[in-house]
Design a protein around this ligand. Sequence first.
Ligand SMILES: CC(C)(COP(=O)(O)OP(=O)(O)OC[C@H]1O[C@@H](n2cnc3c(N)ncnc32)[C@H](O)[C@@H]1OP(=O)(O)O)[C@@H](O)C(=O)NCCC(=O)NCCS
Length: 212
Amino acid sequence: MTVARALEPADPVVIEAPNLTIRTLTPDDVTDRFVSWFGQDDIRGALNLPAQNRTKADMIGYVKSFDQSSRLLLGIFDKANGLLVGLFTVHIEPRIGRYLVNTVVGEAAYRTKGLMMEVTLPFREYFFETRGLKVMTATALATNKPIIGYLEKTGWTLNQTLKAHTKSQADGTMIDLHLYSITRDAWQAWKTANPDAVQAMAKGLLRAERPI
Ligand SMILES: CC(C)(COP(=O)(O)OP(=O)(O)OC[C@H]1O[C@@H](n2cnc3c(N)ncnc32)[C@H](O)[C@@H]1OP(=O)(O)O)[C@@H](O)C(=O)NCCC(=O)NCCS
């Protein structure tokens, strides 16, 4: 039965894309470079984080706060140099087969280079097929145009907008929050309708100028 797979004890997750590996993040992955992501205005804006400084110890605590069973913290690593370049958080509700995903590309040199397109195919295949989940959900602040662009490009449905829902940590204004979802069936239908995009994703599109 598909739901039972999501309830099994946590094995480390490893998902391979052509140029990138997505895997369970561990406290040993917390570097000063990783900590510095959370001092960037664009990351704070995307995640609506308050402007406090975060230490390495804070971030090790953050990594440890994930049970890596129903609450996963996954790193995206460049295979060419081993660099941690992005994150996924995945909150699984096994009983109803739903998972809530957040993502950020922390390394600025890797943004808008096709990274998210490259990981899309293996990431969704893993959670829909290997884990047997039925629906993926995401929320996006109305100010976060990059993530909205990505969601709209890859088959998601905007189900609802919660008006003036979230207080901006940057300036105190109230921001609309968009609620998106995509079912396993909708993802299959999107792939069938977009064979060229699927082929490009499968080849890998990463065009990053690698910083190390
Ligand atoms: C949003 C994010 C996850 C997208 O990942 P990515 O690897 O950079 O995205 P890709 O290069 O694979 O692009 C996929 C699609 O996402 C959308 N997109 C990505 N970056 C975008 C941007 N800056 N503006 C508008 N749309 C964007 C586009 O639809 C793009 O498809 P296209 O290249 O054919 O136009 C990533 O850029 C990120 O985490 N950025 C930091 C957060 C941020 O800047 N937030 C905005 C401030 S609130």
